[in-house]
Design a binder for this molecule. Structure first.
Ligand SMILES: *Cc1c(COP(=O)(O)O)cnc(C)c1O
Length: 374
């Protein structure tokens, strides 16, 4: 095996980020505060069109604080899509609350808005409304927010948008991260932009932003002598990492264009193969093409999903199965699940192809050749 490894979604950093990082270093703002942090927050808030942005150590931390701000407490219930990364449900568990998992719609692989509405109606009838609903923008495509927000508004339940994978996507022209009470971004190394680890909470609600900022800084009261009224967290993002983020945001449009081009290439070069179906693009929005994902019909394709993954691995290509739904995870085996066949099927047959924004023409060709080899 002589070809270099092709990764699923590696960081794509350039001289722009390098210069900003070194400038921050040289300025001695090597701290979790500083001008780069402020600039990064302002820049992302403007991009997403929200009033407040709070930079944090991870997307998971942002989810945790968004749930706190939504009032989630021990014993509460939170509706969560089953088809997501564990962080979405973990954040609920941190607070001693319980996720109730909901299945996806095959139209976008995101949470099925009808299931959300049904569950809210049923729970309203018995006086057990959830404290919050989380929607996830899967693989960079927004959930269907109009019916989701209608249902949440009807019962007065706050919606939180897990847009960890979706910066730069939009729903009916409105940017991902701007829906509901608070939106959450991740800047983990594999996401659409990275700070090497980081996240952000986005909101139009000043109280939510203030709460998040306060709790992220050990809940220190604004007095000199270290006064604390509640338990806080150390969830801040470093100013150095924010400098990297500033550069990444400058390059976001070009990075999305590169991922879109890769998606187009895969669609054109593989679309004729029987038994392969790409993740549908819902008509209501535009994705950021974070990961190009598809389903394998083993009988028509002549190989199942795992055989295709193994074939790619033999070519030194990293591809991944689609998320294993939360209701099938041992850690959440005691949680309630509504529906389940769609997300279970996405997991059984789904995989994500290399989609990084620095992928070369030659890399794409290698992926296509490997997939077509059967
Ligand atoms: C990556 C991711 C997160 C967590 O973000 P971190 O920054 O890694 O903590 C949360 N939800 C989803 C859907 C993700 O993909």
């Amino acid at each position: 095996m002589t070809d270099t490894r092709i990764f699923l979604s590696p960081p794509d950093v350039s001289d722009v980020e390098r210069k900003l990082l070194l400038a921050a270093f040289d300025s001695n703002w090597v701290a979790p505060v500083g001008p780069d942090l402020d600039a990064f927050e302002t820049q992302v808030a403007e991009l997403v069109g929200v009033r407040h942005a709070v930079a944090l150590a991870s997307g998971t931390a942002a989810l945790h604080l968004a749930l706190v701000a939504a009032g989630v407490r021990r014993g509460d219930t939170v509706l969560v899509p089953s088809f997501t990364f564990a962080a979405t449900a973990n954040a609920v568990m941190y607070l001693g609350a319980r996720p109730v998992f909901l299945d996806s719609t095959p139209q976008s692989w995101n949470v099925d808005p009808d299931l959300v509405a049904q569950e809210l109606r049923a729970r309203a009838g018995t006086g057990r409304l959830p404290r919050a609903v989380i929607a996830v923008d899967m693989y960079g495509q927004c959930a269907d927010y109009q019916p989701l927000l209608d249902a949440c508004d009807r019962y007065g339940v706050p919606l939180i948008e897990d847009a960890a994978e979706a910066l730069g996507a939009s729903y009916r022209g409105k940017p991902a991260g701007s829906f509901g009470l608070a939106g959450v971004l991740s800047f983990n190394g594999n996401k659409i932009i990275t700070t090497g680890g980081g996240g952000m909470l986005l909101t139009d609600d000043r109280r939510v932003a203030t709460t998040a900022r306060h709790l992220a800084t050990q809940a220190r009261e604004p007095v000199a002598h270290y006064e604390h009224r509640v338990v806080g967290y150390n969830y801040r993002l470093s100013n150095l990492l924010a400098a990297v983020g500033r550069g990444q945001v400058q390059r976001l449009a070009e990075m999305i264009a590169a991922r879109r081009q890769t998606a187009r290439y895969y669609h054109e070069a593989l679309g004729d193969l029987p038994g392969l179906t790409f993740m549908p693009v819902a008509p209501y929005g535009s994705p950021n093409w974070w990961l190009t994902s598809l389903l394998v019909d083993a009988r028509k394709f002549g190989a199942d999903r795992d055989q295709l993954l193994a074939r790619l691995a033999r070519h030194n290509i990293e591809a991944r199965p689609a998320w294993k739904p939360m209701h099938l995870q041992p850690v959440f085996q005691d949680c309630v699940m509504r529906g389940g066949e769609v997300s279970a099927d996405l997991f059984r047959r789904g995989l994500c192809l290399p989609s990084g924004s620095a992928l070369t023409e030659r890399d794409r060709e290698r992926v296509v050749t490997a997939v077509r080899e059967g």
